[in-house]
Design a protein around this ligand. Structure first.
Ligand code: GAP
Length: 438
């Protein structure tokens, strides 16, 4: 098994990520997140929000709708110009992205060897209908990016908060794309979550702001524990640029299936605000409070994919130790990211005094962090299980606990154990989590 296959298997076995609609034979490129995957995603989103919204006075949060007026997508250019180039097999009629075929030097259908068509353009927006009629007038789209809800709420934010330039609006939410060549586990899926900022600036500042946001994006990835050594920058060629972008740089990560886009940074100019202004008839210009001059702010857009972040974290965290006495697989998540922070074990599952004490500890700690309870199998097996889900610390209640109110705290990475007073546990873990931020 290669590393990705090992991770896919661990994710299913241990409750991180399950194949979508599995009992019905699956739905290609869709995944459901189990208890630990859900916690991981929650942690990544909370850390992103803390980093870019909560700790800054110049960025405003938003939670816009998935369904927007179809006029939005017309004005933004997505209906006409958000297109993926593809080729279709003339025998089996399967479709493939041209960049996927080119990258692999494939000239014939990868499925049946049939002849491929000339390049065609395909719009990956999912369509659905509002109301009981299914026709052109009732057609709406599932958003392919969260950004547009930000542009159409630009005036609302200005009117409510009167922010001076530069300022940003941030949003986390699902986006949908009918991807032709999806795959590589959760790397490219049909629905995914984006964490996006539209940062509004004066035109003359764009290069400075672009460079600043490029550094910020890398800093954020590092702060999560993504390995800086695996990150590279790649600027889009003119041909590759999205219809709204004047310059795009991908922050790429060395995935096992190739070095590919983790995040994207784009200079969207005043393209979106100008188009929405013209098409809606609502003035979306910003007024300079001193000179009273009205103008369209320009936009720098840092865009982060949640699932790709999760995949990079899983890949960086995956460790295997082969030495005889400590043979194990463990996920070395940074404690802030780890889905479970502490696991609590009673040494024996049938000793009521031990269980009572362990339950008390569970109840004390669980309002503060996600805690696991495990009384199944011997302690060695429980450690291995927690190692595999990346729990940084395990607490064992044993017979000495009943005499001296101490427990064993075992560290995931060093496997070292220490005795700690029960009353000190909460502060100890709070401190450890705080220290792990540095
Ligand atoms: N608003 C700009 C925008 O949507 P993008 O480069 O198309 O730009 C931004 O997408 C990020 O969203 C990507 O860097 C990636 O992390 C994530 N992403 C895009 N398509 C995806 C897909 N099909 N599956 C998973 N993540 C995806």
């Amino acid at each position: 098994m290669n590393t990705l296959e090992k991770i896919v298997s661990l994710c299913k076995r241990r409750g991180f990520v399950y194949p979508g609609s599995e009992i019905y034979g699956g739905l290609a490129n869709s995944w459901d997140y189990g208890p630990y995957g859900t916690e991981l995603k929650k942690n990544i989103k909370a850390l992103w929000w803390q980093h870019f919204v909560q700790s800054r006075a110049d960025i405003y949060g938003l939670d816009g709708s998935i369904l927007l007026s179809p006029k939005v997508w017309k004005a933004s250019g997505h209906i006409k110009r958000f297109l993926d180039p593809l080729k279709e097999c003339l025998s089996c009629h399967k479709r493939f992205r041209t960049d996927f075929l080119d990258e692999k030097g494939i000239k014939k259908c990868p499925e049946c060897g049939g002849k491929l068509s000339k390049e065609k353009m395909f719009n990956p927006m999912f369509k659905t209908f509002i109301g009981s009629q299914e026709n052109k007038a009732s057609t709406v789209y599932l958003r392919p990016e969260t950004a547009q809800a930000i542009f159409i709420n630009f005036k609302n934010i200005i009117d409510s908060f009167h922010p001076p330039l530069p300022f940003g609006i941030a949003q986390i939410g699902k986006s949908f794309r009918n991807e032709i060549t999806a795959g590589n586990f959760i790397f490219r899926t049909l629905e995914f979550e984006q964490m996006e900022i539209e940062y509004f600036i004066e035109e003359k500042e764009w290069q400075k702001q672009f460079d600043y946001w490029q550094r910020e994006m890398i800093e954020f990835a590092k702060s999560l524990g993504i390995s800086e050594k695996k990150l590279t920058l790649r600027e889009h060629s003119l041909k590759e640029l999205s219809h709204y972008s004047k310059k795009t740089v991908d922050i790429e990560y060395m995935f096992p299936f190739g070095t590919k886009e983790l995040y994207g940074l784009a200079y969207r100019t005043d393209y979106d605000l100008k188009n929405h202004s013209q098409k809606s008839g609502v003035d979306l210009r910003y007024q300079n409070p001193k000179t009273k001059e009205n103008f369209y702010p320009h936009v720098i857009e840092p865009s982060f994919g949640l699932e790709r972040t999760l995949l990079a974290l899983l890949l960086d965290a995956y460790h295997k130790e082969t030495a005889k006495e400590k043979k194990r697989v463990f996920l070395k998540f940074p404690p802030l990211v780890a889905p479970i922070k502490v696991a609590v074990f009673p040494l024996l599952a049938n000793k009521i005094e031990l269980i009572k004490e362990a339950k008390r500890i569970f109840a004390d700690l669980s309002p503060h962090f996600p805690i696991a309870w495990d009384d199944n199998g011997n302690i060695g097996k429980r450690y291995r299980r927690q190692d595999e889900i990346g729990t940084p610390w395990c607490v064992t209640v044993d017979f000495d606990t009943l005499k001296d109110n101490t427990v064993t705290v075992r560290d995931r990475d060093t496997m070292k154990q220490e005795r700690v007073k029960i009353n000190n546990l909460l502060n100890l873990f709070k401190e450890k989590l705080e220290n792990s931020k540095d």
